[in-house]
Design a protein around this ligand. Structure first.
Ligand code: TUI
Length: 315
């Protein structure tokens, strides 16, 4: 077991959150992570409030431990999902791609613990002032929608600016990453890519195989022109998207349309040509399938040894 301020805040055994991954993080994965002592998170990005409610109820049937829901604020269903999580008494909400200012009062009143993902110090400070109980500082090594800064530079700066617990995300794939994050001042970590290979993760087999085969240099980010770059594994879809991004004859609208639906094709259909296989740079260090509980246990054991030996360099 570990005991960081985040463990106490969220009532979890290990300070390890599972990232909310659109089309991927369902009740099966979230419940398995929570049962393993971390915080599982159901993604509410790709669907409407009733479908998310069904996943929440399914997760409640699989675990009595706390779990969270991730809301992507750019999603057209964000406000109905924001209301539904209160009805379902979801203990923790994480948010991405914006700040949840307009929902904060209702969530706080209902006792929901709100943990926004941030990619800069300014956004982190706004989140803390707005009543967040912790923030996830996500570096550009992460998969999906990414910010500019690296985890190594973002996390200590956010930790230096806030009083509330900071969770490090982006580029963390094992116990070395957890130990390093704690050294940077974080109270915990969030991992997405590693949990793609959890036995309980229902993503398409082709997605899992691509992660297993990925090398360090096999992700790329595209879409900066649209204001929200996305990191994913290199494949024909990503190469073509990059080509269109640099083609001035392609309008922003056409470019955005070229991206729509590609994540679903990857996650649900395993479409190797036309799918967008979002993944972080940690994909290169993730090679095996395991139960979610075993992933958490292994990360903790690795970190325990590293942290225990950390004083050896001191004279
Ligand atoms: O949200 C993510 N990662 C995601 S969302 C997603 S779904 C998607 N699908 C297709 C295209 C685009 C997205 C896939 N991956 N991570 C959390 C995150 N939030 N990263 C960066 C931010 C962020 C950015 C700006 C948070 C707050 C923010 O505030 C803006 C401001 O005004 O400062």
């Amino acid at each position: 077991m570990m005991n960081t301020p985040l463990c106490r805040l969220l009532e979890i055994e290990y300070p390890i959150l599972q990232g909310g991954m659109a089309w991927i993080s369902d009740a099966s994965l979230a419940a398995a992570v929570s049962e393993g002592g971390g915080l599982g998170v159901i993604s509410a990005v790709n669907t409407n409030a009733e479908a998310v409610r069904a996943e929440i109820r399914k997760a409640k049937g699989l675990t009595a431990r706390p779990f969270g829901v991730n809301i992507m604020l750019m999603s057209p269903n964000a406000s109905e999902i924001a209301a539904m999580v209160i009805e379902e008494k979801v203990p923790v909400v994480t948010t991405g791609a914006g700040l949840p200012a307009k929902y904060m009062a209702a969530w706080r009143e209902a006792g929901v613990k709100v943990i926004p993902v941030v990619a800069s110090v300014a956004t982190a400070k706004m989140a803390a002032r707005g009543g967040a109980c912790a923030v996830i500082a996500e570096g550009g090594e992460s998969g999906g929608h990414v910010g500019d800064l690296t985890t190594m530079t973002l996390v200590p700066q956010v930790c230096g600016a806030l009083e509330i617990p900071v969770i490090a995300a982006g580029g963390i794939g094992d116990g070395r990453g957890l130990a390093a994050a704690l050294m940077l001042g974080a109270a915990g970590v969030q991992l997405g890519t590693r949990f793609l290979l959890a036995d309980e993760c229902t993503v398409h087999e082709n997605y899992k195989e691509k992660i297993i085969k990925a090398r360090d240099i096999d992700t790329m980010s595209t879409g900066k022109r649209l204001g929200h770059p996305v990191r994913a594994l290199k494949n024909p879809f990503m190469q073509e998207f990059l080509r269109q991004e640099y083609d001035p004859s392609v309008s922003d609208k056409d470019l955005a349309e070229a991206g729509a639906g590609a994540l679903r094709l990857a996650a649900k259909e395993g479409d190797l040509q036309n799918g967008c296989f979002m993944a972080g740079q940690a994909a290169g260090m993730i090679h095996k399938r395991q139960a979610a509980a075993e992933i958490i246990r292994e990360i903790f054991e690795e970190a325990r040894i590293i942290l225990g030996g950390a004083a050896q360099w001191l004279k």
